[in-house]
Design a protein around this ligand. Sequence first.
Ligand code: DX5
Ligand code: ZN
Length: 223
Amino acid sequence: MFIVSPSVLAADFAKLGDELKKIEKAGAEYAHLDVMDGIFVPNISFGAPMISSIRKASSLIFDVHLMITEPQRYVDDFIKAGADILTIHYESCENPLEVVRYIKSKECKVGLSIKPATPAEAIYDMLPELDMLLVMTVEPGFGGQKMMPDMLEKVRKIRKYANEKGIKIDIEVDGGLTADNVGLATAAGANVIVAGSAVYNAKSPKEVIKKMKEAALSNPFVD
Ligand code: DX5
Ligand code: ZN
């Protein structure tokens, strides 16, 4: 299934409840929530208390992307705050598999994210345990960057590998996605698209999401 997950990082924080309503009406299925600690990435965003208060304002699926070191320290807090899918970074702790299993044991969907320098092969063994793999298409830390086209090769490799092994998994791409390049991402095998500035800065988010869905339909993954 093709899913659009607008990143709230590009929204107006003074009226987050309305911003979430706006993307829901515009046809988004998820809300992508970027948590940054100023250590794993050189930027600070927001934490569990903020998520817990916007939880009351939205019925979108909360797709929480943790860009924090040693995420195991805060997993319980984010689940309690209302995360539906909790994604940690492969590079953020000693034993990501242990954290993945812990999240699953809490009956929360689990994702694993890889930075641009992390090769596909590093996470092959973990794929069967994941609900979602997030391939970063920019260096994590900031919205509004340009998508790195090389990363789509990595997506293709992982989708091919998953299909060969019969592993059903969502592959999310994050960073620099627009209505103009979404087709390249879906053709490479991605099916969950994060889009911050492309959706929130648009005059008509509805139009952008519609275009993204059309692009996905006309650019399926072909082996
Ligand atoms: C970057 C974040 C992204 C970011 C995407 O570290 O993980 O989710 O907000 O923003 P755009 O779509 O503007 O590149
Ligand atoms: Zn993100």
